[in-house]
Design a protein around this ligand. Structure first.
Ligand SMILES: C[S@@+](CC[C@H](N)C(=O)[O-])C[C@H]1O[C@@H](n2cnc3c(N)ncnc32)[C@H](O)[C@@H]1O
Length: 220
């Protein structure tokens, strides 16, 4: 599915979110207060926009991984050689223990077949004191706002998404709202991160709670 949507993925992201995704990625990079010395791993990197935002935001060495070869091919094409790209499964990473200072993932963990295995891998490859940032869709707490948002997300977004990406029936843009509704809320997600070994988790809602940033800390 991800290989299939790769060619139209960027255009649709910016169109369907009215470029809000760009602001969210920039904010995520800013929150990490990167100093330039960090080795950073972006998981489920897709076409690479979050990895690139981290590089632009001041990360030192950046590595991006995704299991869809077509996503990695486009990321490589967009980026030139600033970032190291690898095809890799987030639930079984080809990196040594404690080999990164920071791990990030944008709109990726919701798609993992085994969320806890992905969290355990992120924890394993981080050094003691390392941080794991997750940028992910969420559900707005305000009932009225949630109603408007749901109408857009469940009806308008799949229509445009299916049209532009050319898929009929049960494609990625009908899957997207379903996967967001089935995903744990912010506090439940923080508990899952702690279950995978992280010591503490900070939660920051974005745009009325449409999305959320979790920053999980590995014990020193
Ligand atoms: C919605 S895209 C997000 C892409 C990118 N991070 C962004 O911010 O736009 C989700 C990505 O997760 C990848 N993915 C899903 N499960 C994965 C896994 N187990 N290992 C690696 N990548 C995975 C997909 O191939 C896809 O590129």
């Amino acid at each position: 599915m991800f290989d299939r949507i790769a060619p139209t993925y960027d255009v649709l992201n910016h169109l369907l979110s009215a470029n809000t995704d760009v602001r969210w990625r920039k904010k995520a990079a800013g929150m990490l207060e990167l100093k330039g010395s960090e080795r950073l791993l972006d998981l489920c990197c897709g076409t690479g926009d979050l990895a690139m935002a981290m590089k632009d935001g001041g990360a030192g060495e950046v590595v991006g991984t995704d299991f869809a070869p077509e996503m990695i091919r486009i990321a490589e094409q967009k980026d030139g050689e600033r970032i190291e790209w690898h095809i890799a499964d987030t639930t079984d990473l080809p990196f040594d223990d404690a080999s990164f200072d920071v791990a990030t993932v944008g709109f990726g963990v919701r798609n993992l077949e085994d969320l806890d295995a992905g969290f355990r891998e992120a924890h394993r490859v981080l050094r003691p004191g390392g941080r794991f940032l997750i940028l992910e869709f969420s559900r707005p707490p305000n009932r009225v706002f949630r109603g408007v948002y749901h109408a857009y997300f469940m009806i308008v977004l799949p229509m445009i998404g299916n049209l532009v990406s050319g898929g009929g029936g049960d494609n990625a843009y009908t899957y997207l709202p379903r996967s967001v509704m089935a995903f744990p809320g912010p506090n439940a997600l923080a508990d899952r991160l702690k279950g995978a070994g992280f010591e503490s988790v900070d939660i920051t809602p974005l745009t009325g709670g449409i999305a959320c940033i979790h920053i999980a800390h590995k014990a020193r």
